[in-house]
Design a protein around this ligand. Sequence first.
Ligand SMILES: Cc1cc2nc3c(=O)[nH]c(=O)nc-3n(C[C@H](O)[C@H](O)[C@H](O)COP(=O)(O)O)c2cc1C
Length: 337
Amino acid sequence: MRTYPNTAALMQRGTEFLGCETAILCGAMSWVSERNLVAAISNAGGFGVIACGAMTPELLDAEIAATKALTAKPFGVNLITMHPALFDLIAVCRKHGVTHVVLAGGIPPKGSVEAIKADDSGIKVICFAPTLALAKKLLRSGADALVIEGMEAGGHIGPVSTSVLAQEILPELAAEHLIFVAGGIGRGEAIASYLEMGAAGVQLGTRFACATESIAHPDFKKAFFRASARDAIASVQVDPRLPVIPVRALKNKGTEEFTAKQREIAAKLDAGDVDMAAAQLEVEHFWAGALRRAVIDGDVESGSVMAGQSVGMVRCEEPVSAIITELMTQCEAALTR
Ligand SMILES: Cc1cc2nc3c(=O)[nH]c(=O)nc-3n(C[C@H](O)[C@H](O)[C@H](O)COP(=O)(O)O)c2cc1C
Protein backbone atom coordinates (compact mmCIF):
# COMPACT_ATOMS: atom_id res chain seq x y z
CA MET A 1 0.00 0.00 0.00
CA ARG A 2 1.37 3.36 -1.06
CA THR A 3 1.75 6.07 1.55
CA TYR A 4 1.40 9.79 1.13
CA PRO A 5 2.86 11.24 4.34
CA ASN A 6 2.60 14.96 3.55
CA THR A 7 -0.89 14.64 2.15
CA ALA A 8 -2.00 12.38 5.00
CA ALA A 9 -0.79 14.93 7.54
CA LEU A 10 -2.78 17.76 5.96
CA MET A 11 -5.83 15.52 5.42
CA GLN A 12 -5.77 14.08 8.95
CA ARG A 13 -8.64 16.15 10.35
CA GLY A 14 -10.71 15.31 7.29
CA THR A 15 -9.99 11.58 7.33
CA GLU A 16 -10.72 11.36 11.07
CA PHE A 17 -14.00 13.15 10.55
CA LEU A 18 -15.05 11.03 7.57
CA GLY A 19 -13.62 7.77 8.88
CA CYS A 20 -11.78 6.94 5.66
CA GLU A 21 -8.19 6.89 4.37
CA THR A 22 -8.20 9.91 2.07
CA ALA A 23 -10.18 13.11 2.59
CA ILE A 24 -11.53 12.99 -0.96
CA LEU A 25 -15.30 12.98 -1.16
CA CYS A 26 -17.10 12.02 -4.32
CA GLY A 27 -19.89 14.59 -4.29
CA ALA A 28 -23.36 13.18 -4.72
CA MET A 29 -24.46 13.18 -8.37
CA SER A 30 -28.13 12.40 -8.99
CA TRP A 31 -28.54 9.11 -10.93
CA VAL A 32 -24.74 8.61 -10.99
CA SER A 33 -23.99 8.33 -7.27
CA GLU A 34 -25.85 5.11 -6.57
CA ARG A 35 -24.71 1.93 -4.81
CA ASN A 36 -21.99 0.94 -7.31
CA LEU A 37 -20.07 4.19 -7.53
CA VAL A 38 -20.57 5.04 -3.85
CA ALA A 39 -19.30 1.64 -2.68
CA ALA A 40 -16.37 1.78 -5.12
CA ILE A 41 -15.31 5.21 -3.81
CA SER A 42 -15.48 4.14 -0.17
CA ASN A 43 -13.76 0.81 -0.87
CA ALA A 44 -10.93 2.71 -2.60
CA GLY A 45 -10.32 4.82 0.52
CA GLY A 46 -12.36 7.87 -0.48
CA PHE A 47 -15.77 8.90 0.81
CA GLY A 48 -18.77 8.02 -1.33
CA VAL A 49 -22.07 9.86 -0.99
CA ILE A 50 -25.43 8.53 -2.21
CA ALA A 51 -27.44 11.11 -4.16
CA CYS A 52 -30.97 10.83 -2.85
CA GLY A 53 -32.25 13.41 -5.36
CA ALA A 54 -35.98 12.93 -5.81
CA MET A 55 -35.99 9.33 -4.45
CA THR A 56 -38.88 8.32 -2.20
CA PRO A 57 -38.03 7.16 1.34
CA GLU A 58 -38.63 3.55 0.18
CA LEU A 59 -36.14 3.89 -2.69
CA LEU A 60 -33.55 5.51 -0.43
CA ASP A 61 -34.05 2.70 2.08
CA ALA A 62 -33.29 0.12 -0.63
CA GLU A 63 -30.31 2.10 -1.97
CA ILE A 64 -28.66 2.41 1.44
CA ALA A 65 -29.18 -1.30 2.13
CA ALA A 66 -27.70 -2.21 -1.26
CA THR A 67 -24.70 0.07 -0.71
CA LYS A 68 -24.06 -1.48 2.70
CA ALA A 69 -24.02 -4.88 1.00
CA LEU A 70 -21.18 -3.66 -1.25
CA THR A 71 -19.00 -1.89 1.30
CA ALA A 72 -18.27 -2.07 5.00
CA LYS A 73 -16.67 1.39 4.85
CA PRO A 74 -18.46 4.60 5.83
CA PHE A 75 -20.39 6.56 3.22
CA GLY A 76 -22.75 9.51 3.31
CA VAL A 77 -26.23 10.33 2.05
CA ASN A 78 -26.98 13.62 0.29
CA LEU A 79 -30.49 14.96 0.87
CA ILE A 80 -31.96 17.90 -1.02
CA THR A 81 -33.40 20.33 1.54
CA MET A 82 -36.56 21.11 -0.49
CA HIS A 83 -37.53 17.42 -0.83
CA PRO A 84 -41.14 17.25 0.41
CA ALA A 85 -40.37 14.10 2.44
CA LEU A 86 -37.10 15.40 3.94
CA PHE A 87 -37.93 14.33 7.47
CA ASP A 88 -38.92 10.81 6.36
CA LEU A 89 -35.63 10.56 4.45
CA ILE A 90 -33.78 11.61 7.60
CA ALA A 91 -35.60 8.83 9.47
CA VAL A 92 -34.41 6.31 6.86
CA CYS A 93 -30.79 7.47 7.30
CA ARG A 94 -31.12 7.16 11.07
CA LYS A 95 -32.64 3.69 10.79
CA HIS A 96 -29.64 2.51 8.78
CA GLY A 97 -27.08 4.11 11.08
CA VAL A 98 -25.75 6.27 8.26
CA THR A 99 -22.75 8.14 9.71
CA HIS A 100 -22.86 11.34 7.61
CA VAL A 101 -25.75 13.28 6.09
CA VAL A 102 -25.07 16.02 3.54
CA LEU A 103 -27.79 18.68 3.25
CA ALA A 104 -27.75 20.28 -0.19
CA GLY A 105 -29.85 22.66 -2.25
CA GLY A 106 -30.28 25.53 0.18
CA ILE A 107 -30.35 26.43 3.83
CA PRO A 108 -31.56 23.43 5.90
CA PRO A 109 -35.17 23.93 6.98
CA LYS A 110 -35.95 24.51 10.65
CA GLY A 111 -35.59 21.37 12.72
CA SER A 112 -33.80 19.28 10.07
CA VAL A 113 -30.32 19.38 11.63
CA GLU A 114 -31.91 18.73 15.03
CA ALA A 115 -33.84 15.76 13.59
CA ILE A 116 -30.62 14.23 12.25
CA LYS A 117 -28.84 14.65 15.57
CA ALA A 118 -31.74 13.79 17.90
CA ASP A 119 -31.16 11.22 20.69
CA ASP A 120 -27.40 11.66 20.35
CA SER A 121 -27.47 9.81 17.02
CA GLY A 122 -23.83 10.76 16.46
CA ILE A 123 -24.64 11.45 12.79
CA LYS A 124 -22.42 14.15 11.33
CA VAL A 125 -24.07 16.88 9.28
CA ILE A 126 -22.33 18.45 6.30
CA CYS A 127 -23.80 21.59 4.69
CA PHE A 128 -22.99 23.70 1.62
CA ALA A 129 -21.91 27.25 2.40
CA PRO A 130 -22.27 29.78 -0.43
CA THR A 131 -20.86 32.78 1.49
CA LEU A 132 -18.76 33.48 4.58
CA ALA A 133 -21.74 34.88 6.49
CA LEU A 134 -23.84 31.79 5.76
CA ALA A 135 -20.91 29.53 6.58
CA LYS A 136 -20.76 31.03 10.07
CA LYS A 137 -24.52 30.73 10.46
CA LEU A 138 -24.53 27.06 9.39
CA LEU A 139 -21.75 26.23 11.85
CA ARG A 140 -23.71 27.96 14.63
CA SER A 141 -26.80 25.96 13.68
CA GLY A 142 -25.05 22.64 14.15
CA ALA A 143 -23.29 21.80 10.89
CA ASP A 144 -20.22 19.68 11.71
CA ALA A 145 -18.45 20.45 8.44
CA LEU A 146 -18.98 22.58 5.36
CA VAL A 147 -18.46 22.15 1.65
CA ILE A 148 -17.65 25.33 -0.26
CA GLU A 149 -18.37 24.84 -3.93
CA GLY A 150 -17.39 27.22 -6.70
CA MET A 151 -19.11 27.87 -10.02
CA GLU A 152 -16.63 25.69 -11.95
CA ALA A 153 -18.52 22.66 -10.61
CA GLY A 154 -20.96 20.48 -12.49
CA GLY A 155 -24.65 20.57 -11.60
CA HIS A 156 -26.38 23.44 -9.76
CA ILE A 157 -23.95 26.25 -9.09
CA GLY A 158 -23.58 29.56 -7.32
CA PRO A 159 -22.08 32.70 -8.82
CA VAL A 160 -18.58 32.68 -7.24
CA SER A 161 -15.48 30.75 -8.33
CA THR A 162 -13.82 28.15 -6.12
CA SER A 163 -10.57 30.11 -5.86
CA VAL A 164 -12.34 33.22 -4.54
CA LEU A 165 -14.59 31.28 -2.12
CA ALA A 166 -11.52 29.47 -0.80
CA GLN A 167 -9.71 32.76 -0.18
CA GLU A 168 -12.75 34.30 1.50
CA ILE A 169 -13.66 31.37 3.72
CA LEU A 170 -10.60 29.24 4.48
CA PRO A 171 -8.39 31.84 6.21
CA GLU A 172 -11.30 32.84 8.42
CA LEU A 173 -12.74 29.43 9.34
CA ALA A 174 -10.48 26.52 8.39
CA ALA A 175 -8.31 26.48 11.51
CA GLU A 176 -11.30 25.93 13.79
CA HIS A 177 -13.70 24.13 11.45
CA LEU A 178 -13.74 21.38 8.85
CA ILE A 179 -14.08 22.86 5.38
CA PHE A 180 -14.03 20.77 2.20
CA VAL A 181 -13.40 22.53 -1.12
CA ALA A 182 -15.29 21.58 -4.29
CA GLY A 183 -15.58 22.76 -7.86
CA GLY A 184 -13.13 22.50 -10.72
CA ILE A 185 -10.70 20.11 -9.08
CA GLY A 186 -9.23 17.73 -11.64
CA ARG A 187 -5.68 17.11 -10.43
CA GLY A 188 -3.83 16.52 -7.18
CA GLU A 189 -1.84 19.76 -7.39
CA ALA A 190 -5.10 21.67 -6.90
CA ILE A 191 -5.92 19.48 -3.91
CA ALA A 192 -2.49 20.29 -2.45
CA SER A 193 -3.11 24.02 -2.79
CA TYR A 194 -6.45 23.91 -0.96
CA LEU A 195 -4.99 21.68 1.78
CA GLU A 196 -2.18 24.19 2.22
CA MET A 197 -4.79 26.92 2.63
CA GLY A 198 -6.31 24.93 5.48
CA ALA A 199 -9.00 22.81 3.86
CA ALA A 200 -9.66 19.49 5.62
CA GLY A 201 -10.22 17.81 2.28
CA VAL A 202 -11.85 18.15 -1.10
CA GLN A 203 -14.97 17.07 -2.98
CA LEU A 204 -14.95 16.08 -6.64
CA GLY A 205 -17.80 15.06 -8.90
CA THR A 206 -16.95 15.43 -12.57
CA ARG A 207 -13.67 13.51 -12.27
CA PHE A 208 -15.49 10.44 -10.87
CA ALA A 209 -18.71 10.53 -12.95
CA CYS A 210 -17.28 8.31 -15.70
CA ALA A 211 -15.27 5.88 -13.60
CA THR A 212 -15.47 2.23 -14.63
CA GLU A 213 -17.80 1.56 -11.69
CA SER A 214 -20.18 4.39 -12.65
CA ILE A 215 -23.44 3.11 -14.18
CA ALA A 216 -23.70 6.19 -16.44
CA HIS A 217 -24.63 5.29 -20.03
CA PRO A 218 -21.66 4.74 -22.40
CA ASP A 219 -22.81 7.73 -24.50
CA PHE A 220 -22.83 9.97 -21.40
CA LYS A 221 -19.26 8.86 -20.71
CA LYS A 222 -18.21 9.42 -24.35
CA ALA A 223 -19.61 12.97 -24.20
CA PHE A 224 -17.38 13.61 -21.16
CA PHE A 225 -14.26 12.16 -22.81
CA ARG A 226 -14.77 14.35 -25.91
CA ALA A 227 -15.53 17.58 -24.04
CA SER A 228 -13.17 20.38 -23.05
CA ALA A 229 -13.56 22.90 -20.24
CA ARG A 230 -15.31 25.45 -22.45
CA ASP A 231 -18.05 22.98 -23.37
CA ALA A 232 -19.27 22.87 -19.76
CA ILE A 233 -21.42 25.99 -19.69
CA ALA A 234 -23.78 27.49 -17.12
CA SER A 235 -27.41 27.80 -18.14
CA VAL A 236 -28.42 31.35 -18.98
CA GLN A 237 -31.44 33.27 -17.75
CA VAL A 238 -33.01 35.18 -20.64
CA ASP A 239 -35.71 37.21 -18.89
CA PRO A 240 -35.51 38.81 -15.43
CA ARG A 241 -39.12 37.76 -14.75
CA LEU A 242 -38.37 34.08 -15.32
CA PRO A 243 -35.80 32.90 -12.78
CA VAL A 244 -33.35 30.15 -13.74
CA ILE A 245 -31.16 28.43 -11.17
CA PRO A 246 -27.88 28.06 -13.06
CA VAL A 247 -26.76 24.54 -13.88
CA ARG A 248 -23.41 23.72 -15.45
CA ALA A 249 -23.71 21.09 -18.16
CA LEU A 250 -22.22 20.25 -21.55
CA LYS A 251 -23.71 22.43 -24.26
CA ASN A 252 -25.99 20.51 -26.61
CA LYS A 253 -29.31 20.80 -28.43
CA GLY A 254 -31.10 20.89 -25.07
CA THR A 255 -29.18 23.91 -23.78
CA GLU A 256 -29.92 25.80 -27.02
CA GLU A 257 -33.59 24.86 -26.91
CA PHE A 258 -33.77 26.04 -23.31
CA THR A 259 -32.76 29.55 -24.37
CA ALA A 260 -35.30 29.52 -27.21
CA LYS A 261 -37.98 28.17 -24.87
CA GLN A 262 -37.42 30.99 -22.38
CA ARG A 263 -37.84 33.57 -25.17
CA GLU A 264 -41.04 31.86 -26.31
CA ILE A 265 -42.45 31.86 -22.76
CA ALA A 266 -41.46 35.51 -22.24
CA ALA A 267 -43.29 36.42 -25.46
CA LYS A 268 -46.41 34.59 -24.27
CA LEU A 269 -46.14 36.49 -21.00
CA ASP A 270 -45.89 39.81 -22.87
CA ALA A 271 -48.94 38.91 -24.94
CA GLY A 272 -50.90 38.02 -21.81
CA ASP A 273 -51.36 34.41 -22.98
CA VAL A 274 -50.04 32.98 -19.68
CA ASP A 275 -49.83 34.34 -16.16
CA MET A 276 -46.54 34.73 -14.29
CA ALA A 277 -46.89 31.60 -12.17
CA ALA A 278 -47.64 29.40 -15.19
CA ALA A 279 -44.75 30.93 -17.13
CA GLN A 280 -42.28 30.37 -14.30
CA LEU A 281 -43.48 26.81 -13.87
CA GLU A 282 -43.00 26.14 -17.57
CA VAL A 283 -39.38 27.30 -17.35
CA GLU A 284 -38.82 25.21 -14.24
CA HIS A 285 -40.29 22.11 -15.87
CA PHE A 286 -38.18 22.30 -19.01
CA TRP A 287 -35.39 20.19 -17.55
CA ALA A 288 -37.60 17.75 -15.60
CA GLY A 289 -36.18 14.27 -16.05
CA ALA A 290 -33.38 15.63 -18.27
CA LEU A 291 -30.46 14.42 -16.12
CA ARG A 292 -31.96 10.93 -15.98
CA ARG A 293 -32.38 10.95 -19.76
CA ALA A 294 -28.68 11.76 -20.19
CA VAL A 295 -27.20 9.54 -17.48
CA ILE A 296 -29.42 6.47 -17.78
CA ASP A 297 -30.80 6.58 -21.34
CA GLY A 298 -27.70 8.12 -22.93
CA ASP A 299 -29.66 10.97 -24.54
CA VAL A 300 -26.76 13.43 -24.66
CA GLU A 301 -28.49 15.63 -27.26
CA SER A 302 -31.56 16.81 -25.39
CA GLY A 303 -30.76 15.49 -21.91
CA SER A 304 -28.84 17.45 -19.28
CA VAL A 305 -25.21 16.30 -19.36
CA MET A 306 -24.22 17.96 -16.09
CA ALA A 307 -20.45 18.39 -15.97
CA GLY A 308 -17.95 20.76 -14.39
CA GLN A 309 -15.16 22.63 -16.13
CA SER A 310 -12.71 19.91 -15.08
CA VAL A 311 -14.40 17.69 -17.69
CA GLY A 312 -11.47 18.41 -20.02
CA MET A 313 -9.28 16.41 -17.64
CA VAL A 314 -11.53 13.36 -17.90
CA ARG A 315 -10.12 11.46 -20.86
CA CYS A 316 -11.03 7.80 -20.47
CA GLU A 317 -12.79 5.29 -18.28
CA GLU A 318 -10.67 4.38 -15.25
CA PRO A 319 -11.41 2.49 -12.06
CA VAL A 320 -12.07 4.70 -9.04
CA SER A 321 -8.98 3.32 -7.30
CA ALA A 322 -6.75 4.47 -10.20
CA ILE A 323 -8.27 7.96 -10.10
CA ILE A 324 -7.75 8.28 -6.34
CA THR A 325 -4.18 6.95 -6.60
CA GLU A 326 -3.39 9.46 -9.35
CA LEU A 327 -4.86 12.38 -7.39
CA MET A 328 -3.01 11.40 -4.21
CA THR A 329 0.29 10.88 -6.07
CA GLN A 330 0.04 14.31 -7.72
CA CYS A 331 -0.93 15.94 -4.42
CA GLU A 332 1.94 14.30 -2.56
CA ALA A 333 4.46 15.30 -5.25
CA ALA A 334 3.27 18.90 -5.11
CA LEU A 335 3.45 19.05 -1.31
CA THR A 336 6.88 17.41 -1.30
CA ARG A 337 8.21 20.02 -3.76
C1 LIG B 1 -23.79 14.86 -13.11
C2 LIG B 1 -23.76 15.63 -11.82
C3 LIG B 1 -24.85 15.56 -10.95
C4 LIG B 1 -24.84 16.22 -9.71
N1 LIG B 1 -25.89 16.07 -8.86
C5 LIG B 1 -25.83 16.62 -7.61
C6 LIG B 1 -26.85 16.38 -6.66
O1 LIG B 1 -27.82 15.67 -6.92
N2 LIG B 1 -26.73 16.95 -5.42
C7 LIG B 1 -25.64 17.72 -5.07
O2 LIG B 1 -25.57 18.20 -3.94
N3 LIG B 1 -24.65 17.96 -5.97
C8 LIG B 1 -24.71 17.42 -7.22
N4 LIG B 1 -23.67 17.61 -8.09
C9 LIG B 1 -22.44 18.33 -7.61
C10 LIG B 1 -21.41 17.32 -7.08
O3 LIG B 1 -21.86 16.72 -5.91
C11 LIG B 1 -20.05 17.98 -6.74
O4 LIG B 1 -20.18 18.88 -5.68
C12 LIG B 1 -19.46 18.71 -7.93
O5 LIG B 1 -19.50 17.87 -9.06
C13 LIG B 1 -18.01 19.10 -7.61
O6 LIG B 1 -17.45 19.87 -8.62
P1 LIG B 1 -16.70 19.27 -9.91
O7 LIG B 1 -17.81 18.77 -10.80
O8 LIG B 1 -16.01 20.42 -10.49
O9 LIG B 1 -15.80 18.17 -9.45
C14 LIG B 1 -23.69 16.99 -9.35
C15 LIG B 1 -22.61 17.08 -10.25
C16 LIG B 1 -22.62 16.42 -11.46
C17 LIG B 1 -21.42 16.51 -12.37
